[in-house]
Design a protein around this ligand. Structure first.
Ligand SMILES: [Zn+2]
Ligand SMILES: [Zn+2]
Ligand SMILES: [Zn+2]
Length: 360
């Protein structure tokens, strides 16, 4: 039995193996909603899943007619999804405590949709879309195993294109023209900007921002708070000086929460997360003085009318996030998920790099 909870702890649940799937998903919808390079989720039988607390905090964003992406209305953490197939539940693995019975991720899916700044180094099987055997929703052929990895019948990530907004386009759609349309939209969106300007925003389109210049060092943050916030194996954020982040719209839709990092090793500092109150997508959150000492790689001194000097920008919130100019590092590795092994050769720090986190 693994206990799970959101970043703020309001929503709690339990899940139990056997895990029907254990996968990293690199699709653009997962990246946008989780704010990370990829989502990591495990699947279990509905009979092996139990809500413990916090139902009143659950908000629902219907990304498509068929699927919802529920999130905690207090902290923005993505929550286990009510599956279309009532036999299954999809659980963001980063929210679960412990070693998950020794299980480890088994596959990477939608690798064809991965972010440019995502350098996959491990030897897990990679699939451009769903693995062979997984089927479109409602189309399980007779004899097909609905419990195959990331079965679409239970897949909360099966948003469908429903309009011109590229955020609505779904790389999970079996129709490749949908993916091409999304890419074309991304290109159109990026074209008016100088090459070094980046745009970003939430999934529903309420919030949009622009970053002048590229992103500096990308921080792969393995702290428990970061994992809970993103629901993934780790968070990947860029520390961006406040003067380079320009909000284009939607600040009235932005929720920001700051709290002592739950489950973090000492010294535990504040951890901030920001998200769209409509769709739940993770957005830039304040990183201010003292943040270098905060577990979670970012902290804040909210309130008091103080403007943050920098923001931690979830890379999944950036449209077409490029490779960072200054590389990437793993931080808070001492707190990493027991079920995740780092395979790349990037610099690793047990907590923070000497000198802390510096915004670029
Ligand atoms: Zn919460
Ligand atoms: Zn996905
Ligand atoms: Zn939104």
């Amino acid at each position: 039995m693994a206990a799970g909870r959101c970043l703020c702890g309001a929503v709690r649940f339990e899940a139990e193996p056997p895990w029907r799937w254990f996968a990293h998903c690199h699709c653009s919808i997962c990246r946008r909603h989780h704010g990370s390079l990829f989502s990591t989720s495990v699947g279990t039988d509905a009979s092996r899943f139990r809500w413990i607390a916090g139902g009143e905090h659950v908000r629902r964003y219907r990304a498509s007619p068929a699927f919802e992406r529920p999130f905690c209305g207090r902290c923005g953490s993505k929550l286990p999804a009510p599956p279309q197939d009532p036999r299954l539940v999809n659980v963001p693995a980063g929210m679960l405590d412990g070693d998950l019975g020794g299980a480890t991720p088994r596959t990477r899916i939608f690798v064809a949709s991965k972010a440019a700044c995502d350098g996959i180094a491990d030897a897990l099987p990679r699939h451009d879309a769903y693995p062979p055997g997984a089927c479109p929703p409602g189309a399980h052929p007779p004899g097909a195993d609905p419990y195959d990895i990331h079965p679409t019948g239970a897949d909360p990530y099966d948003a469908r294109p429903s309009g011109a907004d590229p955020h609505d386009a779904d790389p999970h759609d079996a129709d490749p023209s949908g993916a091409r349309a999304a890419e074309a939209s991304d290109e159109r969106r990026a074209r008016p900007e100088p090459a070094t300007a980046l745009t970003g925003g939430c999934a529903c389109g309420a919030i949009a921002f622009r970053i002048a210049g590229g992103i500096g060092k990308l921080l792969h943050n393995h702290a428990a708070a970061a994992r809970r916030s993103r629901g993934a194996a780790y968070a990947s954020d860029a520390a961006v000086a406040a003067e380079r982040l320009h909000w284009l719209r939607g600040l009235d839709s932005l929720e920001t929460i700051s709290l002592d990092a739950p489950g973090a090793p000492t010294p535990a500092g504040p951890f901030t997360a920001a998200f769209c109150r409509v769709c739940g997508a993770l957005q830039p959150s304040p990183l201010v003085d003292g943040a270098a000492d905060a577990d979670g790689g970012g902290g804040a001194q909210p309130g008091a009318g103080r403007e943050p000097a920098a923001f931690l920008v979830p890379c999944g919130a950036i449209d077409s996030a490029p490779a960072p100019a200054a590389g990437a590092v793993h931080i808070h590795v001492a707190s990493k998920a027991e079920w995740f092994g780092i395979a790349d050769s990037l610099p690793r720090f047990a907590a923070l790099p000497p000198g802390g986190v510096r915004a670029g």
